[in-house]
Design a protein around this ligand. Structure first.
Ligand SMILES: Nc1ncnc2c1ncn2[C@@H]1O[C@H](COP(=O)(O)OP(=O)(O)O)[C@@H](O)[C@H]1O
Ligand SMILES: [Mg+2]
Length: 259
């Protein structure tokens, strides 16, 4: 059984990619079999996984060719599997746009992904475009990283209502299952305020684990490494290991939207 999670927030710079790659690596450390799919044409998750920019095929080439999905899966430095992103993903969106059932393109075309994975994570681009909608529809579970700042709540409310609309109009079953506070700095009053507002509005959806602002997390990608390989003793690594533990408890025991 595979637990699929789309890491989504239409806002850029909130920690989606940092969350996707480090959660993938931490779950791998916990002996889980993980596939990360990078669908952001910028390819930040791919670089952070030690892959040279635009050097590998992406889902675009898979969708437009005859080769099996397995030949698009490579190893990330963190030990997990990855389908990298490249610039062509911009065109993938245009192609999907013209198809019937365009919101379900991923579900239709990714049926043959290997069954061996415990987790499939998708790192989404900073927009609610068709690739993001397809990722959410395919995974059903959405993890939203939020930076504890003034507009965070507003962005979340927008995302929540977009998802409700998609579910109502198209009969989809997308669910925000987890909200992750990132780049938290407890000396900052806004962090504390926004954090408690999130808890008030989104209750048990707000994960207990909080990712602190930690320079080691920002440095790791430039070495193509995840935080658990780059600096296992950092507070960033500690937070992501605790996040993987919380994930395992929440999903594997809670049996939430497992395909
Ligand atoms: N907890 C953190 N502490 C310090 N820097 C962080 C943290 N999380 C993310 N960053 C940095 O902030 C920037 C944006 O994060 P990123 O994960 O790329 O966001 P997104 O994918 O949502 O655009 C990156 O430079 C990243 O290294
Ligand atoms: Mg990103």
């Amino acid at each position: 059984m595979t637990i699929k999670v789309a890491v989504t927030n239409q806002k850029g710079g909130v920690g989606k990619t940092t969350t996707a790659v480090n959660l993938a690596a931490s779950l791998t450390k916990a002996k889980r079999n993980v596939l990360l799919i990078d669908i952001d044409p910028q390819g930040n998750a791919s670089s952070a996984a030690g892959i040279k920019k635009n050097s590998e095929s992406s889902l675009y080439e898979f969708f437009n060719g005859e080769e099996k999905i397995e030949s698009f899966i490579i190893k990330a430095s963190g030990g997990y599997d990855i389908i990298p992103a490249n610039n062509n993903l911009v065109a993938a969106e245009k192609i999907i746009e013209k198809t019937e059932n365009r919101e379900k393109y991923f579900s239709t075309h990714l049926k043959k992904l290997p069954k061996k994975y415990d987790y499939i994570l998708i790192d989404c681009p900073p927009s609610l475009n068709l690739l993001t909608i397809n990722s959410m529809e395919f995974c059903r579970n959405v993890l939203v990283p939020v930076q504890c700042e003034y507009y965070a709540l507003e962005g979340l409310v927008t995302l929540k209502s977009t998802i409700s609309e998609l579910n109502d109009v198209l009969g989809l079953k997308i669910d925000i299952v987890a909200i992750l506070r990132t780049m938290a700095d407890w000396r900052n009053r806004l962090t504390r305020e926004v954090s408690s507002q999130l808890e008030k509005h989104f209750k048990e959806k707000v994960l207990n684990t909080i990712i602190p602002r930690n320079v080691r997390l920002a440095e790791a990608p430039s070495y193509g490494q995840s935080i658990v390989d780059y600096d296992i003793n950092s507070i960033g690594a500690e937070a992501f290991l605790s996040l993987s533990g919380e994930f395992i408890r929440k999903f594997e025991n809670g049996k939430k939207n497992i395909a």
